[in-house]
Write a protein that binds this ligand. Sequence first.
Ligand code: NAP
Length: 289
Amino acid sequence: MARVAFLGLGVMGYPMAAHLKARGGHEVTVYNRTAAKSLKWVAEHGGRSMPTPREAAEGQDMVFACVGNDDDLRQVTLGEDGAFAGMKAGTIFVDHTTASADVARELYAEAAKRGIAFIDAPVSGGQAGAENGALTVMCGGDPEPYAAAEPVIAAFAKACRLMGAPGAGQLTKMVNQICIAGLVQGLAEGIAFGQKAGLNIADVIAVISKGAAQSWQMENRYQTMADDKFDFGFAVDWMRKDLGICLEEARRNGAHLPVTALVDQFYSDVQAMGGKRWDTSSLIARLKR
Ligand code: NAP
């Protein structure tokens, strides 16, 4: 059993922190910027809440975070009230935010100055994965702190792997998002085409999902896409943040991401249609305008 803090009780962080307590049996202290959420979490799960990241981090073996983007992450880690100020040498910070590889390297270096280990550990599996404690976690950092963190992460993960040096977890998550972007557009075009052609989409998917076109997105999202329902998880605003990170990294490493760049622009159409909080399968909505 470890003493841990969790910073950021959003769609993902709220259930992840709960698994650390219930499944992992750890002593959990939570922090959330909007205090009402941390009070609700403590009322439901026990444990303690603290008003700043620094106070939440004090006395812990490990501090977890899952906030929005690079700047949010800097806000909860750095400065007078940031978590690093409260952590002792020899402790570990595990970041589950989807952020840039740059910020992971920057915070790894900042943490190292204080003798703190930093692991970038973005997740895949969405809200359902967080709620079921079945996330996939891709990590970057040093092997020794990773080995200490992995059994604790196991409370909410079905798979966890060290991918390499600091930033390697975020780079792996970028590959994940690049793969999803083109795939969802292809699925949207296929379903929209099938509907125009007058086919029964459920019948079509029943057949083609047994063949080479099968995908998680197809099996889990085809029905809601066909029905124009887009309230099933990962928001378009977050996806644009992720694709922006991928495109910026590609500009630097020379990779070509033509489809990813195009799909990023398609998502900007969805935002303009009022779909900022729709889930990512809403690419089909712009085909049906
Ligand atoms: P969310 O529901 O919007 O929650 C964001 C959390 O971060 C909230 O607790 C928020 O606090 C906190 N936060 C944001 N900015 C902050 C700041 N500057 N200082 C302190 N706290 C701050 O987001 P989410 O869906 O849980 O996603 C969190 C991260 O996981 C994102 O990087 C996202 O890309 C990634 N992710 C999400 C999914 C998904 O399906 N949702 C899947 C994989 C990865 P408040 O309550 O005060 O706003």
